[in-house]
Design a protein around this ligand. Structure first.
Ligand code: PLP
Length: 499
């Protein structure tokens, strides 16, 4: 429980001169005075001064205000809040990994490079694409990298007019954003009512823009959790006009062991290791969005690249690429800790169990959908993949919204599903259980969702005023997003008066 004694901000607990830790004597022959003057501070940093128990209690109390996947079921659609197995953390904490430095000589870090090499290879096998880079640090970063690979490819072939990207209107917001950051123009493709691509609309767009199309970006299963059945036809149309096919594999989960983007005709893709392969995420990272390409596109991948060095019979690092490479897209080789956890997850499951991930995630989602569709409105009937969308409660008379249901779930120890996305419906509740939950956990969630539906009909106020048991009730999310206060206000005021 939250203990008010330990405050909201660590600054409020500060006592001038109080110490919890003292730095060891500087063992190096360098001193701050050796730094150029312009790099040195003129005044001491304004840091809070606290004893160790106060610091520990403050942060432990803050953590009680949070809800993570280790606190309870977290069915956040599209985000795949999969449980992060303890063995992932154990491996990542091993000294040889945790203390490695990206600039250490390559003969001192062969095991690490081998992990890069093997994960690149495993991802190729899982997806059917020829080569991978593990450098991108998020899904969106992978999208940008993949689009840059596509641009480099067209550039190399003198095809400089190809500056348009076809993106379905149901796509994740990062798709058009990445295209814009890459300097490309987005051409929106219409969806049918089940969220799948409208092939007729695509055909007419290609007739108009064909010679300027750099790529088509697709997500499969789409944001409604529905499998796109027309990929071979779509791929043929896009390739026919000279464009490349990009696969947003952030949600590869339901496809694991079932089918491979490379076999469906995709040329470039990214995977979110932090969704599909169980590494922790949320709160801004760290993530990892490896990019895979089919044979023939690997010369355009970014550097540095971990490669097998035939001559030296060991792993090496290709720093410069082949002259056609994009060059660097970030510091060094991506987020090694995340890469290592994903590698651990894949190896600890093994090939046979990995093949169970997709079918189990799909089964769990369909089980919840079928168990609740008499009380929640299911706009698209039929089999879904790893996730599905309800359009709020079936009974619309009560005035109870999706937001109210989401808040009420917290009182029973469940995190809310994704709400108000996708935008195709007004009261979207997007549920993704993942494969790692027990039947008891899922049944518990179903019971609570049914209880909330009953409450909405009988005591709607009880739901509309939820949550009742959390340390913080309803926050103003818009204000928090538009006017975040990230500096200790008293500090700002004190500084203003001394200046
Ligand atoms: C999560 C997600 C992304 C973006 O991934 P980030 O790591 O958050 O940048 C892109 N596309 C889809 C479909 C996603 O679900």
């Amino acid at each position: 429980m939250n203990n008010k004694l330990y405050g909201n901000l660590i600054f409020e607990l500060s006592k001038t001169g109080r110490k919890g830790y003292s730095l060891p004597k500087n063992p190096y022959p360098y001193h701050t005075s050796d730094l150029p003057r312009e790099l040195r501070r003129e005044v001491d940093a304004q840091l809070p001064e606290c004893d160790e128990p106060t610091v520990v209690r403050h942060y432990t109390n803050l953590s009680h205000n949070n809800f993570g996947v280790n606190d309870g079921f977290y069915p956040l659609g599209s985000c795949t809040m999969k449980y992060n197995p303890v063995i992932n953390e154990e491996v990542a904490a091993m000294e040889a990994f945790a203390k490695a430095h990206p600039m250490q000589p390559i003969d001192t870090c062969q095991p690490l490079l081998k992990i890069y090499g093997e994960l690149q290879h495993l991802l190729s096998e899982i997806t059917g694409l020829a080569e991978f880079t593990l450098n991108p640090c998020a899904g969106a970063h992978g999208e940008l990298t993949g689009l840059m690979v596509i641009c480099a490819y067209h550039q190399h072939h003198g095809d400089t007019r190809r500056r348009k990207v076809l993106i379905p209107d149901s796509a994740h917001g990062t798709n058009p954003a990445s295209a814009a950051v890459c300097g490309l123009e987005v051409v929106e493709v219409k969806s049918l009512s089940d969220g799948t691509v409208d092939v007729d609309d695509l055909r007419s767009l290609i007739a108009t823009h064909g010679e300027e199309v750099a790529a088509m970006m697709m997500t499969n299963p789409n944001t409604l959790g529905i499998f796109e059945r027309n990929i071979p036809e779509i791929a043929q149309m896009v390739h026919g006009c000279g464009g490349l096919m990009y696969y947003d594999g952030a949600n590869l989960n339901p496809m694991l062991g079932e089918c491979r983007p490379g076999d469906m005709g995709f040329d470039v893709m990214h995977i979110n290791l932090h969704k599909t392969f169980s590494t922790p995420h949320g709160g801004g990272g760290p993530g990892s969005g490896p990019v895979g390409v089919r044979q023939g596109l690997e010369p355009f991948l970014p550097t540095p690249r971990v490669v097998w060095d035939e001559k030296e019979d060991r792993y090496g690092i290709d720093v410069d690429g082949k002259g056609t490479s994009l060059g660097s897209i970030g510091a060094f080789f991506g987020n090694f800790g995340v890469i290592l956890k994903a590698y651990t997850y894949i190896l600890s499951l093994g090939k046979e169990n990995l093949k169970m991930v997709g079918p189990l995630a799909t089964l769990n989602a369909n089980y919840i959908k079928e168990s609740l569709k008499d009380v929640y409105l299911l706009p698209i009937e039929g089999l879904c993949k790893h996730e599905f969308v309800f359009d709020g409660l079936r009974n619309k008379e009560t005035g109870v919204t999706t937001m109210d249901v989401a808040k009420r779930l917290l009182d029973d120890g469940y995190h809310a599903p994704t709400i108000y996305f996708p935008l195709l419906f007004h009261e979207s509740l997007m549920i993704e259980p993942t494969e790692c939950e027990s039947k008891e956990t899922i049944d518990g969630f179903i019971d609570v969702m049914r209880k909330i539906a009953d409450e909405a009909a009988e005591h709607p106020e009880q739901v509309k005023t939820a949550p009742h048991t959390t340390p913080i009730g309803r926050v103003d999310d818009v204000l928090a997003a538009k006017h975040p206060i990230v500096t200790y206000q008293q500090l700002v005021e004190d500084q203003a008066t001394t200046e």
